[in-house]
Design a protein around this ligand. Sequence first.
Ligand SMILES: O=C(O)CCC(=O)C(=O)O
Ligand SMILES: [Fe+2]
Length: 376
Amino acid sequence: MAIEEAVETTAAKLISRERVTDAAATLFSDADDSGQIPERFVRIGADDGEAAGEVVVGEDEAFELPVVDMAKLQDPELSALETAKLGAACRDWGFFQLTSHGVDEEVIRHMKGSTAEFFRLPLETKNAIAFGGDDTFNGFGHHFNRGGPSEGGKLDWAECVLLITQPVEGRKMEMWPANPPSFRSYSLEITDLTRRLLRFMAADLGVSEEALVGAFFYSNNGAAVKGQSVAIHHYPPCRQPEKVLGITPHTDGLGLTVLLHADDTPGLQVKREGRWFPVRPMPEALVVNVGDILEVLTNGAYGSVEHRVVPDAENGRTTVVMFQDASIDGMVAPLPELLDGDDARARYISTGKLEYTKGHFVALAEGARFLDNLKK
Ligand SMILES: O=C(O)CCC(=O)C(=O)O
Ligand SMILES: [Fe+2]
């Protein structure tokens, strides 16, 4: 079995998810107006005011996630300045908004339309593609259970379709929502965008394109990515948003994440210096963030930063999040070019991809971060 296949099989078996029940669907559709949020959805600390007391940066405090412009990156006259901006965003925030990204507008329009349409379907129809058997990854359900028994198996205030999108042989088409053509083209558009972005990240890091692009792709010019998956999330409105979480705080376990807002409802928050910064959805932008593997590849120069989702009190929110996988010859390790031939400079322990994947999902289920075990 190829390493990628073994990794996929392992991931699919280690993830613990739950199906969306009729009771949850009723709660999400707000048909149940009793005002009682079931215990399984009430986040830890919400009842004693701990959650409400968390520092979320308000609208009165001016801040903006860094905005990076792809057209400027590609313009010979503006590229150097914009590349520095990209690098600063990856180092200081681990997150940025990407404008003029060049992803086909028609593909984006279709993607937004078909995902919104999917979540409007009755639960029974959505559950026709519910994950099942020994594959807990592909399909519809709640997001992963995180935090383990110590957190009482809390559920996210969300429903979600998770799918492997690449390599193409890894796709389980029977688990895909109807209207797959838009998913297929979107997956390829994001592959292309990833390659374009990595070239500028390589310039910022002072490594060769081949090295960084080669960690994500089988060949520098080829289209074949090492791996790509998608999470299509829907966060229903919640009348008491401070009591629940759309997604618990976490970092992303793969290389690079690209998020599309399918509507203009806010909800994503990024942690910086102990405070939560709400991300403002920009209709023309994609939100890009550094994942754990990119942090390792860059030997810690770029940071994989904690984020979470808080549902909106009034409006539902839908996002399409694509994760690009990366490795070097089957290892999760810093790029050799950054170590100048001196392995002692590595700030992370090199780990086989399979061991990394296992470690990541086991840690996730326990509410821990595998990356912390890899730091020297
Ligand atoms: O939907 C969002 O805003 C974020 C989702 C997310 O963090 C994830 O899927 O890893
Ligand atoms: Fe995430």
